[in-house]
Structure formats: C-alpha cells, structure tokens
Write a protein that binds this ligand. Sequence first.
Ligand code: NAD
Ligand code: DAU
Length: 351
Amino acid sequence: MNGPILVTGAAGFIGSHVVDVLRSQFPDRHVASFDALTYAGNLDNLAAHRDDPNHSFIHGDVADRDAVRAAFDAVAPTAVLHLAAESHVDRSLVDPLSFVRTNVMGTAVLLQEARRAWGDRTDVRFVHVSTDEVFGALGETGSFDAHTPYDPRSPYSASKAGSDHLARAFHHSYGLPVIVTNCTNNYGPRQFPEKLVPLALLRAVEGGIVPVYGQGQQVRDWLHVRDHARGLVSTMRDGVPGSTYVFGGEAERKNLDLVTDLLDVVDAQLGRPSGTSRAFIRFVADRPGHDYRYAMDIEATRRDLGWAPSVSLAEGLRDTVAWYLANGPWLERVRSGNYRAWETTWYAGRQ
Ligand code: NAD
Ligand code: DAU
C-alpha cells in the first residue's frame, strides 16, 4: 500500500489538515487533492503544498462520474480518503437536496469508481469519513460508539447516514476494502466561519452579535482538527477493512460555556478587559430539531489504533483564536458573496 493517495474535499477544513499530515508522514507518496471548490472549499487551505512535486490538485465534483473516473485513471490511487461533503446542518435545513446529491450520490459514484479501478484488490483502502450525528441525540448521560444504531435527525445527518450505509454495503457486497469513521465536532484553523467556533470568535473580534441558539444548553464534544486528521491517517494505515473507528475529544461542553470560554480567549489575545466580549452574546431562535447532546466513547479506537486526542480544549481554543487573528487575508477571501448572503438570510429574524 505505498501508492498515491486521493483525498476528496481536500480544499475544505478537515481535508486540508489531512493533506498536511499525509505529506509529512509519507514524503514519498503522491497526494492528489480532489475538490469541487464549493463555497466551503478554498485553495488557500492547500497553499503549503503549492510547489510540492508530490502534491497535485484536481478540480472536480464527486457526483460527476466522468470526473471521478478521470481522477482514478490519472492518479491510480491505492488509498482514498473521502471527505468531500456538504457539511453544515443549518444549510441542510434550507437546501436538503444538495446534501443528498453530494453526500449520497457523490459517495456512491466514488465507491463505484473505486470498485471499477480496483476490482478484487485487497492491498487498497477506501476511508469514508463521517460524523457522530448519524447516531442521533443523547440525553444527559451515555455516549455513542461504533455499534450505536443509526438515528439521524437532520437532512445533513440523514444524507451522511445514507453515505455510510452505501460505504458498508460496498464492503459487504463486493469486498471493497472500506473503513468508516465517525467523529464529533472539530474546531481549529481554516474552519469556514459559518460554524460555531469561528463564527463566534470573529463576531467578537469585530464587535458584532454572537448568536447562541436557544439557551445554549446543548452539549457538543470538541476535537482539534489536527488530532482528527492524524486519526484518519492512522485509520488508512492501520485500520481493518469492514471496521468502523470513532473519534472524539473527550471534551464535552454546553454551547454557552464553550462560547464564553472562547470569548475570554479573544479578550485575552486582544488585550481587552476580561469579560468584554461576553456582552456580545445574544440568545436567538433555536435551530429546528436541534440535537441535544453528542458524546463519543473512544476507548476502542485508543486500543485498536493507538490514537488519542493530544490537544486540550483550552490549548486548542488559544491556537484557533491566534490563527484567525493572524490570517485576515484568508478570511477576506472566504467571505465571498455566498457567505454574506448566507449570514443575511439565515440570521435574519433570529437576533
Ligand atoms: P467543509 O465544508 O469545510 O469542506 C468540505 C469540502 O468538500 C470543501 O472543500 C468543498 O469544496 C468540498 N466539496 C463539497 N461538495 C463537493 C463535491 N460535490 N465534489 C467535490 N468536493 C466537494 O467540511 P469539513 O468540516 O472539512 O468536513 C469534511 C468531512 O468530515 C465531511 O464529510 C463531514 O461530514 C465530516 N465531518 C466533519 C466534522 C466537523 O466537525 N467539521 C465532524 C465529523 C465529520
Ligand atoms: O458532530 C459533528 C458535526 O459537527 C459535523 O458532522 C458537522 O459537519 C459540523 O458542522 C458540526 O455540526 P454542528 O451542528 O454540531 O456544528 P455547528 O458549529 O453548526 O454548531 C455547534 C453547536 O452550536 C450546535 O449545537 C448549534 C450551535 N450554534 C451554531 C451556530 C452556527 C449556535 O448556538 N449558534 C450558531 O450561530
């Protein structure tokens, strides 16, 4: 398994960190980044690899069979890390069909083309990257693991669940060496500023409203993106085909607590009096069907892959705020017309 690696969704948040880890762990393996460059994809995220002869970029859509086939033919990958997706729950409430197209159809096309290219080969890997949201929502106690029954509740999580089922079906039906991963909330550098952490920190920096849905009592588990990327590369290298590996940060926080901690970091790094940014918090209309709590039991992954989170939430929030404060030009480029249009429509009437 020493051939080229195809990473889909590589110009997005997690995908770009996966490319960083791959290029540092496997200097001799070619990495091909495949991405449609939707509003969430940004070539700046791959800037570190621009002059790297062992990295290439392919502009393509995973739901376009011809483009995917051409990529398999050109790259001849022995591993695929599939991250391309529509990833934002709120957008899935507004436009569910684009989630079905990319997440379900796109995954089916990729699996089918992997099968066409690989036949019965067993020395290849298809890592399908998914989310804890497919398992539904937890109450005050308990956690998900690789055996939790599926219970998706948003168009986003339902489309990811559909893609996970297809991935496993290609393993069972055709023996394709597929591995599925499910992970909790990621945060860190290069996350598109529609998601809670970058949205809240940037609003606070700019003195705008920080919108907290409902009363901010929902609970999420936070994992630094570099830890997730490391885990996905370990999965590709050491995971057993047909298996599922779950990732999480063992860092559960109520949304309101996470936001206040984050805003305190913003104040500290800007040299503002402590507590200044908390005044920007506003409770706004809740997300329809808002899942209450997610949590992951990662013991099996720790044991089987020797993986564990390495970045504490406090350290990770400091690293994240510092990165956004230092990367104004990145922000200007991602804040396209599409982003402004989203902010205007989704948050209109919520604050
Ligand atoms: P993201 O939205 O930041 O990036 C998605 C990338 O996919 C973008 O570069 C986009 O251009 C690309 N893309 C979208 N549609 C495409 C298409 N049709 N063809 C090719 N490329 C396309 O997402 P992310 O947060 O980096 O998430 C990556 C993956 O990880 C997703 O599959 C997501 O479901 C999963 N995941 C995310 C989290 C999280 O907290 N962000 C947690 C668990 C799992
Ligand atoms: O759990 C993994 C999932 O985490 C991934 O599969 C998704 O791709 C990723 O987007 C993320 O989903 P969430 O819906 O949990 O993330 P988001 O950042 O959108 O919201 C986190 C929490 O904060 C959630 O409870 C909703 C709340 N929220 C979000 C936004 C954008 C707010 O209170 N205010 C906001 O403005």
